[in-house]
Design a protein around this ligand. Structure first.
Ligand SMILES: [Zn+2]
Length: 447
């Protein structure tokens, strides 16, 4: 099936299967650079137009992934002409579809009845769709409190969902057990060589789509996308398409500011950390850390000016591009930013931002959300009169409307005045108020 045999980069042992780590020495197993056809002999219609660089399968499982547009920015001065690789135009809205196509093709070839995968969401959504296409059952292990829109998409494709642990690391660990119990094909993005080989096609396409490439900005996450991009450049050089590596920039979040805005960037274990460091050094790139809050603003600027709606993790590369262009470290005309996923998978995050709330619960009106926040403040003794509540809620609405909410809560018997000073009424929760708050908290936590 392989064009070149997977080989441990440390001990030189060769493998038939797609494991990414050598069981003997824990070294990285890699495919030696593949020399494919000349640039002019390829006409792109999907990722599979690049089959000369991909393993052979009896029946490739495809939803017509790949061949995503490379679109220059036109209306944003900060990074005018920067080329955007629109990976969210893939079948399920993320670059992971390239990996899923290969993984599910492999599972199909192995006659697996079930596929088990674990991730922060986008990968599981993708894997569920491709498993559906191949008519293979799938089980998705995800951490608890994942974004609702991701959970629902996984279910819509018919995958069984298991919520396990606080972080994706917990979910991945548990998924190995689930795979063994179900005699299933295990498909986590970070331990399978096919993930890398599928994702590298992003890079091969870019070389086909653009003449001059000096720099490429990639969200770091676990390192798998960066390593994949590098693998693509290796094949492009081996095929004579380009002569040297463009600079690769790895974009991650400032550690102190992790704010649960981009689950895929908030990874504690960077599986390919060593490789990322080597790649950056080899290509004269750099690691860029950005502030988590700024990526939401940047994503909204892109949506309003270019009509492209992306997830926060993707916007991280735009923030990095803006900084690098400002410091004249890269030239926007010869640089590329990879926009890895769609904003539709993180609607809650944006809705909360636009409404000035910490969290948005679908089906709960804005006014109910504010009442919930007020009950929370009073219960937690953080604020118990109108003006202090208004300040605590960030002055996002009129003071008058806060008094209106307090009056309504009092009329419903959820709060009562505890004491009344000359100009101010302090409140506390009634028994009914406490019960209501508890019920609302349960509702929100379940979502
Ligand atoms: Zn080895």
């Amino acid at each position: 099936m392989w064009k070149n045999q997977p080989t441990c980069s440390d001990c030189g042992k060769t493998f038939k299967g797609p494991q990414l780590r050598c069981p003997k020495c824990k070294g990285l197993v890699a495919i030696p650079p593949i020399s494919g056809p000349s640039l002019n002999d390829i006409s792109l219609s999907s990722m599979w137009s690049l089959h000369s660089f991909l393993p052979d399968f009896s029946k490739p499982i495809s939803l017509f992934e790949g061949n995503t547009p490379l679109l220059p920015v036109k209306n944003i001065d900060d990074y005018q002409d920067l080329a955007l690789k629109l990976e969210f135009r893939n079948p399920t809205g993320s670059f992971r579809d390239r990996a899923s196509s290969l993984l599910v093709s492999d599972a199909y070839q192995n006659k697996s009845q079930t596929i088990v995968g674990a991730s922060t969401g986008a990968f599981s959504v993708s894997l569920s769709a491709y498993a559906a296409k191949a008519k293979i059952a799938s089980i998705s292990v995800v951490p608890q409190n994942l974004e609702l829109s991701k959970i629902e998409q996984i279910k819509i494709y018919g995958s069984q969902i298991i919520e396990k642990g606080e972080s994706v690391d917990d979910a991945i660990e548990y998924s190995f057990m689930v795979a063994e119990d179900n005699n299933a094909y295990h498909a986590s993005p970070d331990n399978n060589l096919l993930t890398i080989e599928g994702q590298k096609t992003i890079c091969l396409e870019i070389v086909l789509q653009k003449d001059t490439i000096d720099s490429i900005l990639v969200p770091r996450g676990s390192g798998s996308l960066i390593y994949s991009i590098f693998r693509g450049f290796e094949d492009a050089i081996a095929s004579g398409w380009i002569t040297e590596y463009p600079r690769i920039y790895a974009v991650s979040l400032e550690k102190t500011k992790v704010a649960h805005l981009a689950e895929s960037l908030e990874i504690t274990k960077v599986f390919l950390l060593e490789e990322v460091k080597k790649i950056i050094q080899k290509t004269n790139g750099n690691e860029i850390e950005i502030d988590a809050e700024s990526m939401l603003d940047e994503a909204l600027i892109l949506a309003k000016n270019e009509g492209l709606f992306i997830e926060p993790a993707s916007a991280s590369v735009l923030v990095a591009a803006k900084n690098l262009i400002q410091e004249e470290l890269i030239d926007s005309k010869s640089s590329i930013a990879i926009l890895s996923g769609s904003g539709l998978s993180t609607l809650n995050v944006y809705a909360a931002r636009i409404r000035g709330k910490k969290k948005v619960v679908w089906g709960l009106s804005e006014s109910s959300t504010t009442k919930f926040e007020i009950l929370n403040l009073i219960a937690g003794k953080k604020a118990d009169y109108g003006y202090s509540i208004w300040i605590s809620l960030g002055k996002n609405q009129s003071l008058q409307s806060i008094y209106q909410h307090l009056t309504e809560l009092e009329e419903k018997g959820l709060i009562v005045p505890s004491e009344t000073e000359v100009k101010r009424k302090h409140y506390e929760l009634t028994k009914k108020g406490l019960e209501t708050l508890d019920n609302m908290r349960n509702l929100i936590d379940y979502l």
